[in-house]
Design a protein around this ligand. Structure first.
Ligand code: EPZ
Length: 421
């Protein structure tokens, strides 16, 4: 197992390009199950979760070729309709195969994902939505089995779940007639999936708003699509620069996807600007000097402050000139990083859904452990800003979501290396 060794206290300076979005690429790759024709997906990050998705597609019967950042998904043999536990336990997004497979073949089976480090994460909204379209459900050996010929329908989600919205949009894309999803999640990744489904031949309106309409077709065709930039990777690098100080440009970043973070960064004292090239967005730049002002945040569905940046924000606020509050409204136990940050000198008092962070003048390097992707990112932010050396263990969590983060940060001047733990 690998660890990161970071010698902190150096400012970050320079320019790097942002990768394609993991959380947009995952459902888009899975949506290729909707067609037997070849699909090309560009700007796919090279990450562990993407490799798991490729294995899932191969297990189900696709041939997948990775060329640089382009993934070609090709027909190979008759598709299977079962996602095995071995893959679902590595990546819960595997459950997204249920919608497209059930809609196309009238049957789908997937291992039920258990809880995880950040919360219970049930999948009831996915299943209830598919039931509203006509699926019959039973469980066997920890797997959920869905059967039935799906019909278009009007579905209102109990809660605006990102994954459930995606699952239902994919199912609806393969069903003739119009399905309407109310109280849909509005994340940019959903808009991107909507564009891909439209490229396959479905008619999609309202993706990115709380009412999505999908008019499906029993015969979808192949398509080529470019994945949007990763707003969480972008946000992590912006926060890292704000915490360590310095000035960084992130080429290709999309400011429209990061409104809540950019406003919080500005309130904390950072200078953030959108870079323009011929009228369109070309990225973002940030400059920061000295300690931040405390800025309280509360995680919300998009366009609110993203839960995936809550942990890095906590690391940053640990250095603020005063006290801030962080409320986690999406997941019920996403504060495991607080105890690790405390090992570096942070003062964080956690209650059930909120954390009070009292800023300290300096964090100090320490050995710490990542518990999920974004908790890992928070530890990197803290270690970059801290005095002395930190070792971050369980790097495999971080590798699920950040492509070669150590080389990106080294290019920005960080002293950071990967070593055997
Ligand atoms: C997506 O997860 C992202 N994952 C997560 O990113 C992200 O944190 C999350 O959305 C929220 O933005 C991918 O896109 C692959 P949800 P998802 O369904 O779809 C509850 C990262 O670090 N819920 O919107 O699983 C659930 O328990 C990851 O990259 C139900 O109760 O999120 C949670 O509390 C982690 N029943 C809330 O809704 C359901 O059926 C939001 O979950 C579904 C969800």
């Amino acid at each position: 197992m690998d660890k990161f060794v970071i010698d902190g206290g150096r400012r970050l300076r320079g320019a790097v390009a942002v990768n394609g979005s993991k959380n947009a690429a995952l459902p888009i790759l899975i949506a290729t199950l909707l067609t037997d024709e070849p699909c090309l997906v560009d700007n796919v990050p090279r990450l562990r979760d993407i490799r798991t998705t490729v294995r899932l597609l191969e297990t189900l019967g696709k041939r997948v070729v990775f060329r640089g950042k382009t993934v070609m998904v090709l027909p190979n043999r008759r598709l299977r309709t079962r996602a095995p536990y071995e893959l679902v336990k590595q990546m819960r997004a595997s459950i997204l195969v249920l919608g497209p497979l059930l809609a196309r073949f009238g049957r789908a089976r997937a291992a039920l994902p258990g809880g995880c480090a950040i919360g219970l994460r049930p999948v009831d909204i996915h299943l209830k939505g598919l039931a509203a379209m006509g699926a019959r459900e039973r469980t066997e050996q920890g797997d959920v089995i869905l059967e039935g010929a799906l019909k278009p329908g009007r579905i209102r989600l109990r809660l605006a779940s990102v994954g459930a919205t995606e699952n239902l949009m994919m199912a609806a894309a393969a069903v003739e007639g119009e399905t309407v999803i109310e109280n849909a999640a509005r994340e940019p990744e959903i808009e991107d999936l909507g564009r891909f489904l439209a490229a396959l031949g479905a008619r999609v309106a309202g993706a990115g708003t709380s009412r999505v309409r999908v008019r499906g077709s029993a015969r979808l065709h192949g398509a080529r699509h470019r994945v949007i930039p990763d707003r969480i990777e972008t946000g992590t690098y912006l926060i890292a620069c704000a915490a360590a100080g310095g000035g960084v440009k992130l080429a290709g970043a999309e400011p429209r996807h990061l409104g809540a973070l950019l406003s919080a960064l500005k309130r904390s004292g950072a200078e953030v600007h959108a870079l323009r090239a011929a009228g369109s967005s070309a990225g973002l730049s940030i400059r920061m000097k000295g300690r931040p002002r405390p800025v309280s945040i509360r995680t919300r569905p998009f366009p609110g402050f993203p839960t995936d940046l809550q942990a890095p924000w906590m690391a940053y606020m640990s250095l603020a000139r005063g006290r801030s509050t962080i409320r986690e409204d999406i997941f019920e136990r996403r504060f495991l990083h607080a105890a690790e940050l405390a090992r570096m000198g942070a003062e964080v008092a956690v209650s059930e859904r909120a954390a009070v962070v009292t800023g300290v003048p300096e964090l100090r390097g320490a050995p710490v452990m990542a518990s999920d992707i974004r908790a890992g990112a928070a530890l990197i932010v803290a270690a970059l800003a801290a005095a002395g050396e930190s070792e971050i263990h369980r790097v495999y969590h971080i590798d699920r979501g950040y492509e070669r983060i150590e080389s990106v940060l080294r290019r920005l001047g960080a002293r950071m290396r990967r070593a055997k733990a």
